[in-house]
Design a protein around this ligand. Structure first.
Ligand SMILES: NC(=O)c1ccc[n+]([C@@H]2O[C@H](COP(=O)([O-])OP(=O)(O)OC[C@H]3O[C@@H](n4cnc5c(N)ncnc54)[C@H](O)[C@@H]3O)[C@@H](O)[C@H]2O)c1
Length: 255
């Protein structure tokens, strides 16, 4: 990984959820390398410690706090902590998520509620908690991680797709509501990316073949390739971008 420091987010502060693994960790490292002070959160304490250690060793500023994104009271504490530690809040990346692969007819009430709770309600709680702090900061940028499965249908992921579709439209609704405060809200839709979430999927030659047959670039993506888009949306370079959906899928949805 390129470890050079830059200044595209100099003076900015960010909260990134689901930061202990996969793409969340990559987003922390990428944003910290561009000068953002990052409050990284996750339910996985050990993974979070590793993320913070890596960000620090790259010369970045990051702290880690345990957070379950379904807990509204904890969201209030996390936002207050970001303001306390770093003085303000400019950026929120709602990245935490879980995948349940089940056809709709086999999905249980508990699986449905758990997936919506983390993937959709967790994003809503994060946006709502961040707004007062971003108002105090004079504006901000919220980046919500949806999926290609928030845009198109696929077999055996009904609850997941419903949650990611909710994130897509919650993003647009929030962009409309929050523009008056100078807060931009956008969604990012990764295709198949190599993370712990897809390890089992990509270990199976048949499912890998199926994925690659529909991915124009003929390979899974790397977390850092998604981080580059998150970085752009988080930065002032995206000052005229809000309510938008960014596919980062190697062309998966292009045909
Ligand atoms: N990997 C892919 O191919 C892919 C594709 C499209 C979208 N996504 C989305 O990208 C995001 C990151 O996924 P990833 O592939 O890095 O997965 P991952 O499993 O590697 O990381 C997800 C992180 O979320 C955390 N998390 C789970 N439940 C939580 C909760 N209740 N509160 C706080 N943190 C919680 C996990 O501990 C983990 O660290 C997710 O929203 C996922 O749905 C992934």
């Amino acid at each position: 990984m390129d470890s050079r420091m830059g200044d595209r987010l100099a003076g900015k502060t960010a909260i990134i959820t689901g930061a202990a693994n996969g793409m969340g960790r990559a987003h922390v490292l990428r944003l910290a390398r561009e000068g953002a002070k990052v409050l990284a959160t996750d339910v996985d304490k050990a993974g979070l410690n590793e993320t913070v250690a890596r960000a620090t060793s790259l010369g970045g500023t990051a702290i880690g706090l345990e957070q379950d994104v379904t807990d509204g009271a904890r969201w209030t504490e996390i936002v207050a902590e970001a303001e306390k530690q770093f003085g303000k809040l400019d950026i929120l990346v709602n990245n935490a998520g879980i995948l349940v692969l089940k056809p709709v007819e086999e999905t249980t009430d508990e699986e449905w509620d758990r997936v919506q709770g983390i993937n959709a309600k967790g994003v809503f709680l994060g946006i709502r908690a961040a707004v007062p702090a971003m108002q105090r900061a004079g504006g901000g940028s919220i980046v919500n991680i949806s999926s290609i499965y928030g845009v198109i249908g696929a077999p055996s992921a009904a609850a997941y797709q419903a949650s990611k579709g909710a994130v897509r439209l919650l993003t647009k609704a929030s962009a409309v509501d929050l523009a008056k405060y100078g807060i931009r809200v956008n969604s990012v839709h990764p295709g198949v990316i190599e993370t712990p979430m897809t390890t089992a999927l990509l270990a199976d030659p048949e499912s890998t073949r199926a994925i690659l047959s529909t991915t124009i670039l003929e390979r899974p993506g790397k977390p850092e390739e998604v981080s580059n888009v998150v970085l752009f949306l988080a930065s002032d370079e995206a000052s005229f971008v809000t309510g938008a959906e960014y596919l980062v899928d190697g062309g998966y949805t292009a045909q």
